[in-house]
Design a protein around this ligand. Structure first.
Ligand SMILES: N[C@@H](CCC(=O)N[C@@H](CS)C(=O)NCC(=O)O)C(=O)O
Length: 216
């Protein structure tokens, strides 16, 4: 199975970590923003990463991809079957993809992607505003819902909820932004625990090396 994109995208990283937690072999085919690669375009007609291919089946959108993987490879289950637990996992995935990653993108895109990879200035005022105004209420919310150390967002084991919500924190980490220990102790402990799992750590180490190599 092929994932098209870069693991620097929180959506791509989410799919790669989800696959790794299932013990699946997903091959990352590097694709940059705006790529015209025909195989990527077949999977992702609007050029959003990740694209995905399993033989002659191609699709895009990280959530569509993880639901496909869950249905095709049910064990270990990463999307709960219980109706309420499933709804909560889907909520956290949606929260992560829109609210959290949307806020994180304003920082990561404007401070890293635009100047370093697209050769243009980022909107640093928008990045600063996202950090000072948008991020705190998101972290306040997470601090209320994140479990005691050793726990998971939904149920008794890791699920899509943990994977989706933790993924954008890797981008914040690349910007040296971490939840404040005094104000967000549960969130910090939970983020660090999820991102330290081999399913994430493998990719985050590679990203760090790449970012160091491409630093001005
Ligand atoms: N809802 C999509 C979002 C994908 C997305 O926006 N990916 C960004 C990278 S983080 C992208 O490809 N942007 C390039 C563009 O918009 O042209 C998903 O979950 O996969």
């Amino acid at each position: 199975m092929i994932v098209y994109g870069s693991s620097l995208s929180p959506y791509v990283r989410k799919v790669l970590a989800f696959g790794a937690e299932k013990g699946l072999e997903l091959e990352l085919q590097p694709i940059g923003i705006g790529s015209n690669d025909p195989d990527f375009l077949e999977a992702s007609p609007f050029r959003k990463m990740p694209g995905f291919r399993d033989g002659d089946f191609a699709i895009s959108d990280s959530s569509a991809i993880v639901h496909y993987l869950e249905a095709a490879h049910p064990n270990p289950a990463l999307i709960p079957a219980d109706p309420k637990a499933r709804a909560r996992a889907v909520w956290y995935d949606e929260f992560a993809d829109t609210i959290l990653a949307g806020c994180g993108a304003k920082m990561f895109f404007n401070r890293v992607v635009a100047p370093r990879f697209l050769g243009r200035e980022g909107d640093l005022a928008a990045a600063d505003k996202a950090e000072s105004e948008e991020l705190p209420p998101i972290l306040d919310y997470l601090e209320r819902v994140v479990p005691e150390p050793g726990g998971w967002l939904v149920g008794e084991s890791i699920t899509l909820a943990d994977i989706a919500v933790a993924s954008p924190f890797a981008n914040l980490g690349h910007l040296d932004i971490r939840p404040d220990q005094a104000r967000y102790p549960r969130t910090l402990a939970w983020v660090e625990a999820v991102l330290a799992r081999p399913s994430f750590a493998h990719w985050i180490e590679r990203e760090k090396a790449f970012l160091e190599k491409t630093a001005a």
